[in-house]
Write a protein that binds this ligand. Structure first.
Ligand code: ATP
Ligand code: MG
Length: 615
């Protein structure tokens, strides 16, 4: 980032405006906090000015009464300054925390509403760093830089005004000197800014590296790569150290330079000022007050310059946060919705004939009312995750209500992709998918997904009890329903043998639970939702034969009366399917039931006879 772009970042008005709009929620804190900070600064400057009558009362008029009066005034002013400073910073800290709280909640809600495609193209680490780094820098800035900036401006202007009143000729000298100071600060901040940004970049990189190493820790150990990993870490760590040292050097250098220049100015003012005093145009008290102002006037200038880099990176962070929040949420709208007949409890697809849902659904006036059966049809479906790489090339298939359709094929053939289209994680490029004869893309997504259950290829468990993990499939399931689902999935047996049964605490990184047991839990989770359409993406990882048998039986029980898609890596799982689709490179190359396919003596036959392997 060169100087031009950094200035543009500072003037990124839309981002600033949007940030300020968050203070709207806490107007009282914002206005009150700023008012208090301004008041305290102003009172502080005024207090210094009261030094003049105090000193003059002793040195010039020798009036003890006037001395105590002026001193009393000074004490009151400084007390008020302290109190308002306390409340100013307290309120702004509270404002900062509330703003961040609001921002985090909105970010989280938004991330949860984003479509799967967003996570395909965005590294998790990047999203994480917005939640942590960017939010923290912003909080720091609102809490510290904002009041300090304001304080500096008020302090500077009011000090200069007071100085003008005391002796404007002397003030001109001070201003000229400050110009020089500002010029030096600018040079320093430009240099340090470069190192500061390089440090941020190096830190982000080393964080990414640590994350990668931790997640690959087993592989590192297995291949004895600890030394290489150590060396790589050290290399990156050196880079961070270099950048940080450089940044710090330039940051620290400003203190002695500013400090020494301030003494020169002080001496200069004392010299010229004492001539004025000797000539009688300035009292000793006025000179004392002026000297006091000279001592403090460079502080706000230094302070603003030092805060600048922090403020710039906070604005850059805010920009990233807002970018995340501007990502279009997944469009959940759909003209076709589910409707449960209150009398028969049967479910129907209904197409609203007006935009007013309340009246139409409530009074059941629909254009179309189709009973939910779970009939799924693909007609010449084409799809690719990106435009250049078609993955499905004209898939046609159907699953009648209650049928079991199996998909087999090499890795990367497009099996998981087919199921990702049924739940509308992605939209098809060409062709048509219908459910119960209705076009899939017109069905409201939430309703669609409420009828579907999926056992994903990779099981994800959450930190919590076994019971909570199963209940994730349907949050209002009773304990009995959870246990019934577990029995159906053949998971009940092993769960009861665990230390605390259904209340055993588990987590996603838990090594205790084998892959097979995790799958059983995932199947139980799908079962508790009691879906009309079931999708089972069999895990590729191998499972011991006993568990494999348990899984197969669990799946079979679960499939009863539901339209099921099974993606099988073990051919034993698919033998009893109503139809088996052999998929290769995005096309269905063979279809039929087990007997048909064996008779055809094609790929399925060869796979079964062990003449070929699924690659
Ligand atoms: N989210 C994604 N973004 C881009 N490409 C993807 C994505 N998911 C899968 N692909 C690609 O689409 C193709 C089909 O993948 P898919 O996961 O459907 O295969 P699969 O048949 O399920 O394989 P496996 O047996 O290994 O599970 C592959 O070439 C894969 O690289
Ligand atoms: Mg797959």
């Amino acid at each position: 980032m060169n100087e031009k772009t950094s200035r543009r970042a500072m003037l990124n008005l839309p981002v600033l405006k949007r940030l300020f709009s968050y203070f709207h929620y806490n107007k009282k804190l914002f206005v009150g906090g700023l008012a208090m900070v301004i008041a305290s600064t102003f009172l502080g400057v005024l207090g210094n000015g009261l030094l003049a009558p105090v000193v003059d009362a002793v040195a010039v008029s020798h009036d003890l009464h006037a001395f105590f009066f002026a001193l009393g005034q000074m004490v009151i002013v400084f007390t008020l300054a302290t109190i308002s400073e306390y409340y100013g910073f307290l309120w702004l800290a509270e404002l900062s925390q509330r703003t961040i709280y609001q921002l985090r909640r909105e970010m989280n809600a938004h991330v949860l509403s984003l479509p799967v495609t967003y996570f395909d193209r965005t590294a998790n680490g990047k999203i994480m760093s917005s939640f942590t780094n960017d939010v923290n820098t912003l909080a720091q800035t609102i809490q510290q830089a904002l009041p300090q900036f304001l304080l500096s401006v008020v302090q500077f202007t009011s000090t200069i005004v007071m100085m003008f009143f005391l002796r404007w000729q002397l003030t001109l000298i001070v201003l000229a000197f400050l110009m020089v100071l500002l010029l030096i600060m600018r040079i320093i901040s430009q240099k340090s800014g470069k190192y500061y940004r390089s440090r941020q970049k190096q830190i982000a990189e080393i964080n990414g590296y640590i994350e990668e190493m931790l997640s690959a820790q087993q592989v590192v150990q297995l291949f004895n790569r600890q030394d290489a990993a150590k060396a790589e870490f050290n290399r990156r760590s050196d880079a961070v150290q270099d950048a940080s040292t450089n940044a710090a050097t330039f940051g620290v250098i400003s203190f002695p330079i500013m400090g020494n220049l301030a003494y020169v100015l002080y001496a200069l003012v004392a010299l010229v000022g004492s001539f004025y005093t000797m000539n009688g145009v300035m009292t000793i008290g006025a000179l004392t007050a002026f000297m006091q102002y000279t001592r403090t006037v460079n502080r706000p200038v230094t302070m603003v310059a030092q805060q600048l880099n922090g403020v710039l990176s906070a604005i850059a962070g805010a920009e990233r946060i807002f970018q995340l929040m501007d990502e279009p949420a997944e469009n959940m709208d759909g003209a076709i919705r589910l409707w449960t007949d209150p009398e028969t409890q049967k479910q129907y697809w209904v197409r609203r004939n007006t935009a007013d849902e309340a009246t139409t659904v409530g009074s059941a006036i629909f254009e179309q009312k189709v009973p939910v059966h779970g009939d799924v049809r693909f007609t010449d479906v084409h799809f690719g995750y990106d435009a250049d790489h078609p993955v499905l090339k004209g898939i046609s298939l159907y699953a009648k209500p209650g049928q079991k359709i199996a998909l087999v094929g090499s890795t990367g053939a497009g099996k998981t992709t087919i199921t990702n289209l049924i739940n509308r994680f992605y939209e098809i490029d060409d062709g048509e998918i219908t459910i119960d004869g209705l076009p899939l893309q017109e069905i409201q997504k939430e309703d669609l997904r409420s009828l579907l259950s999926m056992v994903l290829q990779e099981t994800h468990l959450f930190s919590g009890t076994i019971r909570e993990n199963i209940r994730f499939g349907r949050l209002d399931a009773t304990d009995e329903e959870v246990e019934y689902a577990a029995k159906l999935a053949n998971a009940d047996g092993f769960i009861r043998r665990l230390k605390d049964g259904y209340d055993t605490l588990i987590s996603d990184t838990d090594e205790e639970l084998s892959q097979g047991k995790r799958q059983l839990l995932a199947i139980a989770r799908a079962a508790v939702a009691d879906p009309v359409i079931l999708i089972l993406d069999e895990a590729t990882s191998s499972v011991d034969t006993h568990t494999e048998k348990l899984i197969a039986e669990g799946m079979d029980q679960l499939m009863q009366g539901r339209t099921t898609f099974v993606i099988a890596h073990r051919l034993s799982t698919v033998r009893n399917a109503d139809a088996i689709m052999v998929l290769e490179d995005g096309r269905i190359v063979e279809r039929g039931d087990h007997e048909d396919l064996m008779r055809q003596k094609g790929r399925y036959y060869r796979l079964n006879k062990g003449l070929e392997e699924l690659a």
